[in-house]
Design a protein around this ligand. Sequence first.
Ligand code: SAH
Ligand code: SF4
Ligand code: F3S
Length: 472
Amino acid sequence: MKRNTTKEPSISNINEIINSLKENNRFHEIETGEERNYLIETYGCQMNEHDSEKLEGFLTQMGYEKTNSRESADLIIFNTCCVRENAELKVYGKLGALKHLKKRHKDLIIAVCGCMMQQEHVVKYIQKTYPHVDLIFGTHNLHNFPSLLEKTLNNKEAIVDVWDQEGEVIEGLPVNRRYGIKSYVNIMYGCNNFCSYCIVPYTRGRERSRKVSDILVEIKDLISKGSKEVMLLGQNVNSYGKTLEREVDFSDLLEEVVKIQGIERIRFMTSHPKDLSDKLIDTMAKHSKICNHIHLPLQAGSNKVLKEMNRKYTQEDYLTIVQKVRKKIPGIAITTDIIIGFPNESPEDFQETLKVAKFAEFDSAFTFLYSIREGTPAASKEWQVPEEIKKERFQALKNLIDSTAYQNNQRYLNRKVSVLVEGTSKKNDKVLTGRTETSKTVNFPGDQTLIGEILTVKITAAKTYSFDGVII
Ligand code: SAH
Ligand code: SF4
Ligand code: F3S
């Protein structure tokens, strides 16, 4: 892996390369009558999804067209995740399958980027096992993509460029937004928490916050282009601002964001319980534009496991926050992440997780089987919980969460809620789908022209994972 000795490219540098690739694509179209197409497959969290939007931004400026078919793509990019082993296995499977495609389409460029590439052993394995991969780059040099692509197009050899450390935050890069209505905005990058099971601090580097002014400029621009909702992204938004020269915290940032004219909904993720301040809870309670939803990863209920996970809060701390939040923000939805089968998790420890989940009455939870991540402290722990036990515990927890979610959802029956219409249902284009402020999915009959509107909908059926409703 490279030390970051290369100088950061300037925006004008990047634009020069983009223009030259655009010319190249234009000539190709004149000569062959066909434009060049790209396909990006994204794995992992919103950080990666947003990074893919940035790659799409570059590619659109270079004159590439988006395709959904691998056969017609001239450039295929896998933006990878390594938070759990199964995320990695999926990518390996897909890379293997591309070998035949490359034989048929000699000029096809295959690129892999994202969190998996920040691990040296993965890069070596890909180079050895999948020699048909043309370009490998990491999370810290995404902004260098235009120059890396240019080099790859001019080179017979594969290009590998992965930086081992985060660079400066570069502002002003192009972004292709997936949703016009809902937009992701990074407010910070990286993570300093080093939870003992987690690979993210190694793949995304140290925590660094964007300046308030840069964030506001981006959001104002999004709202002027029709966005109704912004999702502020960070691995731990509650510690926003710590790396900035001027002292400012996440609540201060929210106070500025709510003032933006035309903004309807503000969401954020993720909140680490150890840094959730009373000030933030008060700010959320004060402003109706800040959605009544908080994603507050619990990870485990037992104090012993929480300590070994290096989470820096106890079961009691967590439950106190839940009580405070529910008291100050009535009707708030609380969702969470839970890991099952952390090394040495005993049956009693797991009972503690069930106990906290029951008390917290979660609206939903992402539940994960613990996955060993090479290089993290937990990977070297001796007693790993057997897979069958993990699966049994997973089912017990799922049953509990489903039942609290169902119970919570019954409170919505016959109530009128405001719904931001996001699109049509996958199964039926006469059915619209959208979200409540509390991030619950609602399906209801309606015309596609209503996409992007905030409507009042009466809930007619409250299920475990979604609602049915009618516009009123
Ligand atoms: N920064 C966020 C989460 C990032 S990763 C936070 O702190 O909440 C998303 C989720 O993946 C984590 O919340 C955790 O529940 C899960 N996760 C991370 N590492 C894992 C591992 N090794 N095995 C299983 N799940 C893991
Ligand atoms: Fe991983 Fe913990 Fe950082 Fe979240 S806070 S990204 S779980 S190390
Ligand atoms: Fe996200 Fe996966 Fe990376 S969860 S930060 S894409 S390891």
